[in-house]
Ligand binder design. Structure first.
Ligand SMILES: C[S@@+](CC[C@H](N)C(=O)[O-])C[C@H]1O[C@@H](n2cnc3c(N)ncnc32)[C@H](O)[C@@H]1O
Ligand SMILES: [Zn+2]
Length: 576
């Protein structure tokens, strides 16, 4: 069995494998659509004018780039995804282009466990390049590759390299770039966005949650270019800050991102975004970003878009956003606002991808050791309102008013009965996303308090100021049909409890684990870590922990072995 301290990595890798499987099937569909469109265009062109001799049509220089593709040859229209395929001479017929297997770069690979799982478990992966700048890790990775048989050896290669330099030197070369650093990915983003092929995917983890969630706002600004706000929605804000930062790096190279899935799990966040090149599409970026005004008294929040588009006579013009969207003082409680952001305020998931990924996971349940976790997270995400960036917390609203709480179903019903939409949020079991404006939310709470009175509070408190105003809306708490999410109605688990022991981030590789880590990691984990690492040569762990009688060359592990793949493939030597 793997230790519980590694479970978060199992969750992270399983989610990545699930998304990669969806990517591979999407890529096939996009390629087929591209070929048929190309065929149509070619047929039309050949009908319109007599064809020139073949060598006059294109020269190799015009056609090829480092990526094997002309800069934008696959653009179907200005904003349509670019097809990820490369020219080939070996197919017959007019559409002589074949879809190459996926090339993956795991830029921060440690002992290569993730790369090995990608290569062994995902059909359609052509090559995985595993980098690390730590010699011991790369040696361990090479041993792990050897130990995992001929399939692994033919697909995975390990290199000692600084990922930043390597990615800069391989522009637009990888269909997938995976960043999974200790702490912040910020120093890797600029080169990573350049290394992804057009239409390719960047998968990026950040574990510096204290920074991203407002523990030290200035550090967050320095690393990511956005101010975080402390609030119940801080983890969702963290996801949106990371997306903003990736977009900002991409824009420098006339590129832009399309978020596919953005998850907060365990104690980290991870985003999956596709990257495209289009000088005209990047003009849309300011319209996808917002500042956030958050009241220091009652936590009401309001979004201030950075940009807007004006459409006139079929032409689109870009302009700065209208503002300010709030007065100097909060209309609900009279206090001032903190301003955070900018955050990505466009959708953070592609809901079609989410449902295909969820169906894929369900169909291959036995291939995912973290099935329960990733299916519950994907289920909750599939129900999130896609166009509502942040959320309120019912407990927080009640804490401001010092009142008892209505049940979530009653509150949801009141919002729905008032004509608005509401959903949960995967980042917080108590979070409620709604398109109802803050004054409607407070009116609902004012109505609730009328029937559930609160003790008198000092008049200058935010809650007292809010309650001193009469509601304009008569809230109706009668149960609305849509007040339960589909998952809740079907009793599908939406949030799983964390394991009770050994939970949390591990100490960075190379650091001595000492008693001072007790408060961070917990005593049991420290004991476990010391006994695990005690006196062992990391490179020996591979051979000691793998069953020497196991079939090292097995290229198609059976399903049971797939399920325990995280145990037996290799020992994660340097990272959790
Ligand atoms: C969290 S671990 C990676 C875990 C791995 N992705 C997995 O799933 O097992 C981060 C790794 O990044 C490596 N690293 C840090 N800075 C790097 C750099 N500039 N270039 C290459 N590797 C680097 C560290 O040595 C460490 O092994
Ligand atoms: Zn307020």
């Amino acid at each position: 069995m793997w230790s519980i301290v590694d479970i978060h990595q199992v969750n992270n890798r399983d989610m990545s494998i699930a998304v990669l499987r969806t990517f591979i099937s999407r890529r096939k569909e996009e390629h087929a659509a591209f070929l048929s469109k190309k065929l149509m265009v070619e047929t039309k062109a050949s009908e319109e004018k007599p064809s020139k001799p073949e060598e006059e049509q294109t020269t190799p220089d015009e056609e090829e780039t480092s990526n094997g593709m002309k800069d934008m040859p696959m653009m179907l229209s200005s904003d349509e995804p670019v097809c990820l395929e490369k020219p080939s001479n070996d197919t017959a017929g007019g559409c002589s282009r074949e879809l190459k297997p996926l090339r993956v770069l795991e830029a921060l690979a440690a002992s290569g466990l993730r790369s090995l799982r990608y290569a062994r478990e995902i059909e359609g992966i052509g090559q995985v390049v595993a980098l690390d700048n730590d010699k011991v890790s790369v040696e361990a990775c090479k041993k792990n590759i050897q130990f995992n048989g001929s399939l692994a050896s033919s697909k995975v290669e390990a290199h000692l390299a600084d990922a930043r330099l390597y990615m800069l030197m391989h522009p637009k070369e990888y269909d997938v770039v995976d960043l999974d650093p200790y702490g912040s990915p910020s120093v890797f983003l600029d080169s990573a966005v350049q290394s992804v092929a057009d239409g390719g995917m960047l998968m990026c983890t950040a574990t510096d949650m204290a920074v991203l969630c407002g523990g030290n706002g200035e550090v967050c600004y320095a690393k990511y270019g956005s101010y975080p706000l402390k609030g119940k929605y801080c983890h969702e804000m963290a996801l949106r800050i990371l997306l903003t930062s990736i977009e900002s790096h991409a824009n420098r190279y006339k590129r832009y991102i399309v978020p596919i899935l953005s998850v907060q799990m365990d104690f980290y966040i991870r985003v999956f975004v596709r990257i495209y090149t289009s000088a005209s599409a990047i003009k849309n970026t300011p319209s996808k970003l917002s500042y956030v005004y958050q009241c220091i008294g009652c936590d009401s929040f309001h979004l201030q878009p950075l940009g807007r588009t004006v459409t006139k006579n079929n032409s689109v013009r870009y302009a700065p956003g209208f503002g300010p969207v709030v007065p100097q003082e909060c209309v609900d409680c009279g206090k001032k606002f903190n301003m955070g952001g900018p955050i990505w305020s466009a959708p953070i998931h592609d809901q079609e991808w989410v449902s295909s990924t969820l169906s894929g996971v369900k169909a291959m349940k036995e291939r995912y050791p973290a099935y329960d976790k990733i299916s519950s997270v994907l289920t909750t995400i599939s129900e999130e309102l896609p166009d509502v960036p942040l959320f309120v917390s019912l407990h927080n609203l009640c804490a401001t008013l010092k009142c008892t709480s209505p049940s979530a179903v009653m509150f949801r019903s009141a919002v729905i009965n008032a004509g608005y939409r509401i959903s949960g949020s995967h980042v917080n079991p108590l979070g409620l996303k709604s398109d109802a404006p803050m004054d409607v939310i407070w009116d609902i709470m004012r109505c609730w308090v009328k029937n559930h009175p609160v003790k008198a509070q000092p008049a200058d408190q935010s809650g007292s100021v809010i309650l001193s105003n009469e509601p304009k809306l008569q809230a109706n708490f009668a149960r609305a049909v849509a007040s339960l999410g589909k998952a809740q109605a079907k009793k599908v688990a939406r949030f799983l409890p964390n394991p009770e022991r050994h939970w949390g981030p591990k100490v960075r590789a190379g650091r001595q684990i000492t008693g001072k880590h007790a408060s961070l990691l917990g005593l049991e984990k420290i004991d476990g870590s010391i006994s695990q690492e005690d006196g062992r040569d990391p490179s020996q762990v591979v051979t000691q922990e793998l069953d020497p009688s196991s079939d090292q060359n097995a290229e198609e592990p059976d399903q049971k072995r797939q399920r325990i793949a995280e145990d037996t493939l290799a020992a994660p030597l340097r990272c959790g």
